[in-house]
Design a binder for this molecule. Sequence first.
Ligand code: 1BN
Ligand code: ZN
Length: 350
Amino acid sequence: MISLSKPEAWSAALSRASFVAAVVAVSLCTMACHKEPETQASQPTPAQPVVSNAPASAAELDPPAGAPPAPTVDSKRAFLYVKEFVAIGKRPLGSEGHKKAEDYIAGKLSGLGVEVDRDTFTADTAVGKFPVVNIIGKIPGKKDGIIVIAGHYDTNYPLKDLNFVGANDGGSNTGLMVELAQVLKQSMKSGDAKLDGYSVWLVFTDAEEAMKAWSADDSVYGSKHLASLWQKDGTVQKVRAFILLDMIGDKDLNVERETYSTPWLQDTVLRAAQRLKVESHFYGRSLDVEDDHLPFKRVGIPVVDLIDIDYGLDNSFHHTTEDTLDKLSPNSLQIIGDVVLETMRALNTR
Ligand code: 1BN
Ligand code: ZN
């Protein structure tokens, strides 16, 4: 397993031969093999889960036979949303593009009839104070509990003077999350104001990116604030699963088995991918990534990070001006969107 805590350090490490050895030593973990995440000094051991809905057996990871199928995403429309969002341009904290990005997300959600909440605060960062806005689209469900689908929309601040548009990094997940909002709204039976399963909250996180250099202190500002808020207001007790989407649009899609993620939720995702026969895109290697899911894990929420950090040869497109729309594919959005919806179908039958 390889450990990725700093994107910059990792990019450098990738060019070294040690990476080859690490990739060769990929984990072939299956349902029977649950590896505990490594604990790092900067990542205190998380609290015990608040919500104890871990399945008792592998069979519980699947929905019962005869349960209605999950809806599927429209990949052309999802790609169009990514394209529209990326056309805004760079979106670092404090920029005009950031404000436009906020308006795009809130406008799309409102237009779909989704309730929009904002968690707004001032982050005291390594390079000064900045306004931060997490945007939360709330779709109510009939079951008591919440499934969160999350992903960041800001672009990397240290790259603010370059034309860095983050098509994959922030763009792909944002477009797909708007599409998921549309699919879920359309899946409601006519006359119904609620989903059949749990409520779904689409959390567009802000300030995921480091302002200077990635560290536990200088990263995921928006998620740290929201997780703390949810701990104070009791939302933590209601969240059944937190599914993070990050860099999921790459044409060559390879989702990592991210080892800070909660094992039973990782396996629920893998079972969903197997039912949809797209498992070849999942879990080819195991590694840990510090990302927006960690603050929520620390307050006891089951989390999974669906992230592909093999973007371009040796990850050479990540955090470069090469991160553009032409590197992405509607098919990757289809795979991730459908696996998320199929995962939710399994979670909803618990
Ligand atoms: C994801 C997108 N990240 C930053 N922009 C987090 C990350 C952390 C990615 C470590 C790779 C390694
Ligand atoms: Zn990034």
